[in-house]
Design a protein around this ligand. Structure first.
Ligand SMILES: *Cc1c(COP(=O)(O)O)cnc(C)c1O
Length: 388
């Protein structure tokens, strides 16, 4: 029997290889060339005003905080509100900049709960990192409004949100559908190996302000500033540049961009199939007493459906997963409450809902190698295990 994994990337191998071949033939595998083409294609697809291709989402979150900390004169120890239900990158990024994470609890969509967010705001609050978990957007609209009111920078960790579109205005049934990120001060995507736009590793950082975009291009390349030098000097010598800031080696390369360019062409098609799979699971699992499906928020017009998550109620979640393993079904858990980790143990107990959910969550297999029959098989096995 075939092994059914929770996530599995699909690559258009031949197309990707020919894109990479162009890089090799040209002798250009680094920054520039395909990275610029990928940035343009990403802007064209999302309609976001700026996009810079970097080596991962993690470094993007770090760069966002690094740039805002200097720009707005934040101090060490200033606070960034964040979620405990995320991949640990989100919260490490806050620590990289000597800022203090303040955990806000999550709502039924597993995104930050606006009421708890309100409660966690102090005079030291400078930013909010908001994670659209699984491709969902939670209460992003109201969150954005609240951020504006308190002058809190909104950093969107969109690692799961490549291809999530939200309704911009909704009077009656009419609305426009825009790619997520238009409202945030910065949006950071991930193209890591098992994300819904997979490369091997990569990310895109999209600032609202073009000045920040200019800055991130410099800081992701060690602080090397060629532009200023070129403007004020004659000749174009590669070694003649200025360095006036401590930057990082965080930029992306043309090999990863080649993969991204091809994968982007199929993103809509792939996400459509993900949404079909989610609908099928919904049909099989709706209305069951011990399964709570994590539903897409009403503001989402199209979810990327990076994940399909359920909570199993009043059951031993790990035991359920173990029994699924025996049927060759290998689900996942997104995520363990981050305050359970030793590094974050001082924040333990600050988010009771997230803590409870993190003991109940199961991510069911969702990827492009699954047939409708597979979804029926997985659903039936799950139902019989739950009813045992
Ligand atoms: C994967 C992931 C990240 C990190 O992305 P990388 O590109 O691997 O650095 C950050 N946040 C969330 C929510 C993720 O799922």
């Amino acid at each position: 029997m075939k092994k059914i994994n929770v996530l599995k990337p699909k690559f258009r191998t031949k197309e990707i290889l020919s894109e990479i071949e162009e890089c090799l033939d040209k002798g250009w595998t680094g920054m520039g060339y395909k990275t610029e083409l990928f940035e343009d294609a990403w802007k064209e697809y999302t309609k976001l005003p700026n996009a810079h291709f970097i080596s991962s989402n993690t470094v993007g979150l770090h760069l966002a905080l690094n740039i805002f900390k200097k720009k707005y004169n934040w101090e060490d120890g200033d606070e960034v509100i964040t979620t405990p239900l995320t991949f640990i990158s989100t919260n490490h990024a806050i620590k990289y900049e000597n800022l203090t994470p303040v955990f806000a609890d999550v709502d039924e969509h597993l995104c930050i709960d606006i009421n708890d967010f309100k409660k966690k705001i102090t005079p030291k609050t400078k930013a909010l990192i908001y994670v659209g978990i699984g491709g969902n957007c939670g209460d992003l609209k109201s969150i954005k409004t609240l951020c504006g009111k308190h002058n809190i920078k909104l950093i969107l960790d969109a690692a799961h949100m490549a291809g999530t579109f939200i309704k911009e205005s909704h009077h009656g049934v009419a609305y426009t559908s825009n790619h997520v990120g238009q409202d945030a001060d910065v949006t950071v995507f991930s193209f890591q190996a098992v994300k819904n736009l997979p490369t091997a590793d990569g990310g895109m950082i999209c600032f609202k302000d073009s000045k920040d975009d200019k800055k991130v291009r410099k800081l992701s390349w060690l602080g090397i500033d060629k532009d200023t030098f070129l403007r004020s000097n004659e000749g174009n010598y590669k070694w003649k540049y200025n360095v006036d800031e401590l930057g990082f080696k965080y930029h992306g390369n043309s090999i990863m961009a080649s993969m991204g360019l091809v994968q982007l062409k199929y993103l809509e098609e792939d996400n459509n199939r993900r949404r079909q799979i989610a609908d099928l699971y919904d049909k099989h699992l709706n209305g069951l007493e011990s399964i709570k499906i994590i539903k897409t928020n009403k503001y989402v017009s199209k979810s990327s459906r990076h994940l399909y998550q359920i909570r199993v109620l009043n059951k031993d979640r790990d035991l359920v997963i173990n029994k699924l393993y025996k049927q060759n079904i290998f689900p996942g858990v997104h995520y363990i409450d981050n305050t359970e980790y030793d590094l974050y143990k001082e924040y333990k107990g600050t988010c009771p809902n997230a803590n409870q959910y993190s003991k109940e969550l199961i991510t069911l297999p969702i990827h492009l190698d699954l047939s409708d029959e597979d979804i029926t098989y997985i659903s039936n096995k799950l139902k019989s295990i739950i009813n045992e």
